[in-house]
Design a binder for this molecule. Structure first.
Ligand code: URA
Length: 463
């Protein structure tokens, strides 16, 4: 740790006299390690609103700039977990599985995965979040199903999972309130992209949510929080280490976010894609990621011997219709209209639907996934401020993928907009985010690695 020359004498004795947030900020400002007690003081002060936002913000920036040791990251995670309640899922028999993605564009994995894994006999009590910035949120997608309720109590959650094996809802009660306070400040203080803050934010919630096995999807690329593979691998390794030390079975899959994961971007459109996949009508990278994460969920809960056996079981559940039937049951249990599973036109439909052609020959070289997410957000699919109302019907379908050969008549995208003017603006933004060139380009990988407590398995060679 780098230190200010006088810092030792400055702190000697002072921090033993009682906790003082200014002293803790000063210590981290100079790159010193914080004690477990100091980190608990910070997390509890955030949760209970006894530390003002300006001091929390200063502390977040000090952590963002100076980082944290492995021990501090662990202690902060546990302090944030313990800042509120811990869900009691003991009423649900068997080993419970959970998953979390670090966030991306067209990442509808939960809507495919949760019912599919449950249809294979493993209970999934999943607490999800809302979209913010360019990334979508599972709760917003679910709410595009007419009548769907995501605000269940812990008792309702346990009852539903006992009855049908699955629930996907918003965070219940008072789980990890320190993260609630800190995350909203990080979003407006430029401190989201900090490894210890991401680890403690995600794992404090997952540890408090009560499941036994956790599969993490760590995204890397232009639409992810971490843009480079080196940073994403470090994030994956740290989350597996911290989660394992906290007593959970944890695996992290590092997957690509250089292009939207699915082909549909926007809330109702993403629900449609999930239904298409569970019906066996669609596939692609979204299905690949759902199968990989689901295979590990079945493996970590000892439902199958290997993740490959898990993937085979999940494919069978798609072929037999068991996964789609589980989604229908979940929608009924949460007050929604299950008929959307048979007729996706019952989902909200945008007034303007327009197909746009590529208009040129070439190959798709790259995409700016964050800019594509922002294009959907600006159309009304995402919030620009926390209090913004969403339009569930809007967004776009982008069927082309990196490496595809296109010509003048290839469909570039299908816009679902509130007005012709919105469609025009979205088309310009999407065209600017997709680079088409004259030379052939290679396809983008879907996965980079799987990180377990025993080490790293590379799924693609990199430098
Ligand atoms: N998701 C979270 O819940 N927290 C983060 O810090 C990043 C992604």
């Amino acid at each position: 740790m780098s230190g200010h020359p006088d810092i030792g004498s400055f702190f000697e004795g002072r921090c033993n006299t009682g906790m003082n947030m200014l002293e803790i900020i000063e210590k981290k400002k100079f790159g010193w390690e914080l004690t477990r007690e100091e980190l608990s003081f910070f997390a509890n002060g955030a949760a209970q609103h006894t530390i003002p936002d300006y001091q929390l913000s200063a502390m977040l920036m000090a952590i963002r700039l100076n980082g944290m040791s492995a021990r501090e990251t662990m202690d902060l995670t546990l302090a944030m977990r313990d800042s509120g309640d811990i869900a009691d899922l003991s009423g649900i028999p068997g080993v419970k599985a959970d998953k979390h993605s670090t966030g991306g564009v067209a990442d509808t994995t939960t809507l495919v995965l949760a019912p599919l894994v449950a249809s294979c006999g493993v209970s999934v009590a999943k607490m999800s979040g809302r979209g913010l910035g360019h990334t979508g949120g599972t709760l917003d997608k679910l709410e595009s199903i007419p009548g769907m309720r995501v605000g269940l109590t812990e008792e309702e959650l346990v009852r539903q999972v006992k009855e049908i094996g699955v629930a996907v809802i918003g965070q219940t009660g008072h789980l990890a309130p320190a993260d609630k306070a800190l995350y909203s400040l990080r979003d407006v203080t430029g401190t989201v992209d900090s490894l210890p803050l991401i680890v403690s934010s995600i794992l404090s919630k997952k540890l408090a949510a009560g499941s036994d096995a956790i599969v993490l999807d760590v995204k890397t690329g232009s639409g992810a929080l971490m843009h480079t593979l080196v940073e994403s691998m470090e994030l994956a390794r740290t989350m597996v280490r911290v989660g394992t030390l906290a007593g959970k079975s944890v695996v992290a899959v590092v997957s690509n976010m250089d292009q939207p994961l699915g082909t549909h971007v926007g809330n109702a459109l993403e629900v449609k894609e999930a239904i298409d996949i569970l019906s066996g009508r669609a596939g692609g990278d979204l299905l690949e990621v759902a199968l990989m994460l689901g295979g590990y969920m079945l493996h970590l809960t000892n439902r199958v011997l290997t993740p490959e056996d898990g993937i085979a079981m999940l494919k069978e559940a798609i072929a037999s219709g068991a996964g789609l039937q589980k989604l229908r049951q979940m929608i009924v249990a949460q007050g929604g209209d299950p008929a959307v599973c048979d007729d996706v036109k019952r989902l909200p439909q945008a007034p303007v639907i327009r197909t746009v052609l590529c208009g040129r020959k070439g190959w798709v070289k790259s995409m700016d996934a964050a800019a594509l997410g922002t294009a959907a957000q600006v159309m009304g699919a995402g919030r620009q401020r926390v209090e913004d109302e969403l339009d569930h019907s809007v967004g776009f379908v982008l069927p082309i993928r990196i490496g595809d050969r296109v010509d003048e008549n290839t469909v570039f995208c299908e816009l679902h907009a509130r007005s012709e003017a919105d469609a025009e603006r979205a088309e310009a933004a999407i065209r600017a985010a997709v680079q088409i060139v004259d030379e052939p380009c290679s396809k983008a990988p879907v996965f980079y690695a799987v990180v377990t407590k025993d080490g790293v398995t590379r799924l693609k060679e990199w430098g």
